[in-house]
Ligand binder design. Sequence first.
Ligand code: FES
Length: 204
Amino acid sequence: MSDGQAKDSSRRNWIIATCVSGGAAGVATALPLVCTFAPSERAKAAGAPVEVDIGDLKPGDMKVAEWRGKPVWILKRTPEMLASLPKTDAEVADPKSEKPYTMDVPEYCKNEDRSRAEHKDILVVVGICSHLGCSPSSKFQAGPQPSLPDNWQGGFLCPCHGSTFDLAGRVFKNKPAPNNLDVPRYMYLSDSKIVIGKDEKGEA
Ligand code: FES
């Protein structure tokens, strides 16, 4: 097996692990995570844009779609989750998303929420840590808990080396991960459907 295949295989395992562990966390914290692997094999092989139905997401729910072999998280944030973001501005490394990771941040997501203006509550990010590629776990519950600071506002924790990300996928300062989570191009086809990997300017 080549290094590339091994990495792909490892990432796929992380996708599955994320769904399983996230679901378990959902039971514990009443924040359900729905796993969605809808695209056809042909679409995935071609790296085509992926349509995702988000009509069933309730505030606090997160869905995982697969695009180009990567897990893409779609989180419908609650008003409380959105209100937490200004509180983390001073603690994150790149609050305005000026540093790209593997892809440029779309202009419409270069804001504190890292979301499109028409649906500020919806976060769409690639769930791969910018340190060494593990998939962070959702830690939506605010407050003190193991491996997290006492003023935790909710976000994501990478289990590999402890990098933390806020509820906009922005990495906290002084962590191994140097960059925010990638935001792919995406756009709304309707209020309840998005397409990942494509926007008004074309395909990613
Ligand atoms: S891979 Fe995430 S902190 Fe190292």
